[in-house]
Write a protein that binds this ligand. Structure first.
Ligand SMILES: [Zn+2]
Ligand SMILES: [Zn+2]
Length: 142
């Protein structure tokens, strides 16, 4: 996956659901919680899917950009993905130790982002806010 797809290609891919991308989407939906692209790929291979790792990355990117997947980073900086049932924007707090993720209230962030968009004059402003820490169980267990 050295060659990154160009913008135009992403948009075209986002418009139609190819069988291979459907494999990726279904595997993502079946995964409970956040998964890495590599883990998803391993899972697909186990299912007998013909999907390549580059397709997994590309599909995850399309899903993220179209608001159908949430993305966070783990402690190693690796990106983790999760299917988002509704197109509604959501933020999560992720446990760096066990990977537990929980949706969090972020009205202040949304209001701030909207304000910045308005005053900056920018259009189609997007944001990514990632929260990570140790969940109650992990901080207690030492
Ligand atoms: Zn934890
Ligand atoms: Zn937000």
């Amino acid at each position: 996956m050295t060659a990154a797809p160009r913008e135009g290609e992403i948009i075209v891919l986002g418009g139609r659901r190819t069988p291979r991308r459907k494999w990726v989407l279904n595997a993502l939906i079946d995964s409970n919680g956040f998964v890495s692209a590599q883990a998803l790929y391993t899972r697909l291979v186990g299912m007998g899917s013909p999907v390549g790792l580059s397709t997994v990355y590309r599909t995850l990117r399309v899903l993220t950009e179209s608001g159908r997947a949430d993305i966070v980073r783990d402690s190693n900086g690796e990106r983790l993905f999760r299917y988002r049932p509704s197109a509604e924007h959501q933020h999560y707090i992720l446990c760096r130790r066990c990977g537990l993720s929980t949706a969090v209230e972020a009205a202040a962030v949304e209001a701030w982002a909207k304000r910045v968009a308005t005053f900056s004059g920018f259009a189609e402003v997007e944001h990514t806010v990632e929260l990570s820490g140790l969940c109650p169980q992990c901080r207690g267990g030492g």
